[in-house]
Design a protein around this ligand. Sequence first.
Ligand code: DHB
Ligand code: MG
Length: 221
Amino acid sequence: MDKQIWEKVDGYFAQTFGLEDSILQQVQENCRRAELPAISISAPQGMFLQILVAGIRARRILEVGTLGGYSGIWLARGMPEEGRLVTVEYEAKHAGVAQSNFALAGLDRKIQLINDSGSRALKQMIENGEPAFDLIFLDADKPGYAEYLELSLKLAHSGTVIVADNVVRNGEVANPECEEERVVGIKRYLQAAAASPQLLSTALQTVGSKGYDGFSISIVK
Ligand code: DHB
Ligand code: MG
């Protein structure tokens, strides 16, 4: 089993369920043209998030790590018109591409994009008394995840679902010898989630066009 077959099956699912419309395809193309890192979630993962959003009837979503806006579009589409996505992106170039992709998707009124570090943006929201979010998707720099979790808990309510991307890293998460900073960051995040008396947490491994990785998922008690 290798990435080739995982990719083929993701393509099969995308085709079977008609996952990517012409807007999402154009968004991907815009990200490629702008030479953004090819690390967006896959279409099947995007629909998984969208179903989660719709299933919990989320009206307010926070995303940390916008990149080109691909996942943000999936998340925002899961909410009704009055729903709001606040998405935070550190890199100005990525934020610029995302903003035009949100406009292309007709979602710019539903989405607030903040071009700042996750840490500063979340602290600012806490200080401003930002209402709690129903779902929080962490997909930014991995060494920052543990801090984003701590801050996210101050922007959450009982029932808020917190999803974190890239918690498997090709299995390295279970390698005690791995010192790579992203893997170390993920392990700190998972340990913090596990240790939090406020959370129920688990993680699921995924294979697909994005290789071998996974999501963690927590709910605030
Ligand atoms: C990386 C980050 C991501 O969010 C992702 O989905 C894949 C890879 C990275 O930093 O390597
Ligand atoms: Mg990711």
